[in-house]
Design a protein around this ligand. Structure first.
Ligand code: KG4
Ligand code: ZN
Length: 386
């Protein structure tokens, strides 16, 4: 692999209210520029690439953000058509006769930890916390994952984002960092929120109820989100800070409780586990890191957190995951130079990482199996048996 680089484009799918077909042409042009910029920054051309990796799921495909990245330099861009990123990746791969690797977005959040922590060997555990996903997994080997827990409704990042919005915070860097900052000024025990799902002795998560509790607390304190925090009175600011701190304490306690149980389960299956990786946007939060570090140490494990810029969505994680799979020969042959016009891109909105741990199946979770793509782990196992 020495000297060889993988060009990636990371596709992140988000709900949005904009017609997906809108300005497809313009989006393609932006992507061309971003890829060119990344290549220029790396003093490379497409001819220097070894393979192309592109994230193909999971996520809902109405509106999306896409990121392009080359090696360690990166740029990002918002585009609104889901096929644009995959199409671009296929064009480069096809045009330059390069293998292509379809990447699972959440696997990439977990595996990027192996880029920065060279001692991180399989098996290990991972808690993946972002805007759309909450996952606790046991990574037994590359591509071999057991899902210990997932969210039954909202992910923790969604709860941070909505709480920040209702508290009238500055959302320019997303809600999470705004809550984290304001929470430092508040009393985390001042508002009595209840910890979700205590009666369910599993590792699943729920944040919808906590979100509602936050909304009710805001209403009862008569906080007006239309008044931005920067213009709020001292008392008003303090009561917003109290809610932020109390929300954060309970949101993270929920993570702590689930991790504690998951460690117990995982060690039963794989007693040699030494690490718990915490990654995804919410893992850039210092309070989250500190609290989970305590839980992990108490159980004789070590916490591995990628630096914040590798926790939030980024292209490096997709490139790195591409490299991991490429090294073991897991890639698709170069696509044709030009896809037919009616070509259906392989995009997987509902794509589990692995099978659920049997003991962990929650009655609280209504598993909708319709249109779920076979898990990454089952696909890899099937290909190994061929
Ligand atoms: O992984 P990510 O960048 O994108 C998704 O795949 O969703 O995660 C984005 C989420 C957002 O909800 C954002 O508010 C949250 O991560 N986030 C944080 C922090 N930084 C980002 N949440 C809490 N504290 C932070 N410092
Ligand atoms: Zn993500």
């Amino acid at each position: 692999m020495q000297g060889k680089i993988i060009l990636i484009c990371d596709l992140l799918v988000k709900y949005g209210g904009v017609a997906p077909k809108m300005a497809e042409e313009a989006h393609s042009q932006v992507i061309d520029q971003v890829v060119q910029e990344a290549l220029d920054k790396a003093y490379m051309t497409e001819k220097d690439l070894t393979a192309v990796a592109v994230s193909i799921g999971p996520g809902l495909s109405l509106c999306l953000r896409e990121k392009f990245l080359l090696s360690v330099t990166h740029s990002s861009v918002h585009v609104l058509h889901n096929a644009v990123g995959v199409q671009k990746a296929r064009r480069i791969a096809g045009g330059f006769n390069l293998p292509i690797i379809g990447i699972h977005h959440m696997e990439a959040h977990a595996l990027v930890a192996r880029l920065i922590e060279k001692d991180l060997q399989f098996p290990f555990m991972a808690l993946l916390i972002s805007g759309g996903h909450n996952l606790l997994i046991l990574a037994r080997d590359l591509g071999q994952y057991i899902q210990l827990g997932t969210t039954i409704d909202d992910a923790i990042g969604e709860a941070y984002d909505k709480s920040a919005k209702w508290l009238g915070l500055d959302l320019s860097r997303s809600g999470g960092p705004a809550i984290e900052e304001l929470a430092r000024e508040g009393n985390a025990k001042s508002v009595n929120f209840s910890i979700p799902m205590r009666q369910h002795k599993d590792c699943n998560f729920s944040y919808a109820g906590l979100k509602t509790q936050v909304r009710l607390a805001i209403e009862s304190k008569k906080i007006d989100a239309k008044i931005p925090i920067s213009s709020a009175s001292y008392e008003d600011r303090l009561s917003r800070a109290d809610i932020a701190a109390s929300f954060q304490r309970i949101a993270v306690l929920h993570l702590e409780e689930r991790c504690e149980r998951a460690i117990e389960w995982a060690l039963k299956m794989e007693p040699s586990i030494k690490h718990l990786v915490v990654s995804g946007g919410v893992a850039s939060n210092q309070y989250v890191r500190a609290r989970l570090d305590t839980v992990v140490k108490k159980n004789g494990l070590q916490l591995v957190c990628p630096p914040p810029w590798l926790c939030t969505d980024n292209g490096v994680m997709v490139a790195w995951t591409g490299i991991e799979h490429f090294r073991v020969g897991r890639y698709d042959p170069p696509p044709p130079a030009e896809d037919p016009e009616d070509y259906q891109y392989d995009i997987r909105p509902r794509w589990p990482l692995g099978e659920e741990y049997a003991e962990g199946r929650s009655e609280a979770r209504s598993v909708r199996t319709a249109r779920i793509h076979p898990s990454l782990t089952s696909l890899i196992q099937a290909s190994l048996q061929q």
